[in-house]
Design a protein around this ligand. Sequence first.
Ligand code: FCB
Length: 480
Amino acid sequence: MTQHPQPASRLLADSSADSAELSFPSGFLWGAATAAYQVEGAATEAGRTASIWDTFSHTPGKVVEGHTGDVACDHFHRYSDDVKLMAELGLKSYRFSVSWPRVQPGGTGRANQEGLDFYRRLVDELLANGIEPWLTLYHWDLPQELQDAGGWPLRDTAARFAEYAELVHGALGDRVRYWTTLNEPWCSAFLGYGSGTHAPGIQDAAATIRATHHLLLGHGLAVQALRAGGTEPQAGVTLNLYAISSQTDSPADADAARRIDGLANRLFLDPVLLGRYPTDVVEDLREVTDFGHIRDGDMAIVSTPLDVLGINYYSRHVVAAPIEGQEPEPYWRAPSTWPGSEKVRFVTRGMPVTQMNWEIDAPGLVETLRRVHDEYPDIPLYVTENGAAFEDAVVDDQVDDPQRLAYFDAHLRACREAIDAGVPLKGYFAWSLLDNFEWAWGYTRRFGLVFVDYETQRRIPKSSARWYAEVIRRNGLAAQ
Ligand code: FCB
């Protein structure tokens, strides 16, 4: 596996016909992704009201350096130039999200036409440039009023989400084919209501599991609402999945891996694709919740059949059993990212990491894709996010980012390996098109193919962007 950056000269292999190719299936959907709150800015313009991320980022101490998404990449005003940039890179698809409080301020009632018009213009511009729009309905910006009413731990929020889905589909269903309901419900539930490191910053283990269920219920109801619109959308959800391994083969370490795989992966995959919660995870959570919030008929809604499944992959968790006497505080005394399994230790292997401190593990992507294909019903898969933060510098108006380029290269080879192994992988979206507001890290972590100078809003495609454009043009990589 590619652990170290490779010389850009080798990866930027010339496109002469005789160089061997590692090609992708024809029609493979090459894209890049962003999310509304991370790029749009214009936080109080054209009728938009606050989301939980506006409130959270404006609360001192929640986001590094007090950064907010007020202006971000100013994509709301610059979308037209940004679409030009996408066209120059040859992107086949652009995955973006709709800001709920921009199109339905407060999260209930009538649509805000001005907000919807922005997305109509964006979508039309994409289509005019031959770029397939891939729309995510919820990338974490819950209208603040819905949080004030109880947020995702409240069942009613699922119904509100389905109404919002219907409203957006009513406006854009005639021109958008690919619809993702939720982006990474694990993050919404576990970081938003468990560790509290994401908006709305609540630390309540039981609320985390209720939020999980109501997110999944909202997802199922939204898929049904999209289908009811009669346009035959390609509907799905995006899950952030991890490769998981145990530090050793000991039964105790293996049990730690089972627990974290349960909470991170199977708690979402099983309900959505199999219509049930994993019984071992329900047992692990016994002290947290009795799952009394599930009502008859819910699981059939949650598992409404999907057309596609989106997978976001960044890294692997390597875990181990707790060391006697060194266990952290139990969940009822400490905020918890892993309710009921707080004692599991996360270990590092000393492998190269990105600026997020995430170990670079491309084989984990092959493993993840194969696992989903092997253990769940056959469904077309898309990598809807994959990418890396590294410190970038502008030198002579250029940004050379060999480490990011090597990260993409290694993970695309992993995609190719999965396809060879029979995985129906149909597309790949780099995270991200642009450097942007990286949630609790503010603007201190850059994931973009394109560098953004936040003072001037100037965009500079990095060397990884030029390389990716070449990959798309060739529909493949140079063989190594
Ligand atoms: C994912 C999010 C995305 C971005 C990347 C780095 O969890 O979906 O918005 O922050 O991580």
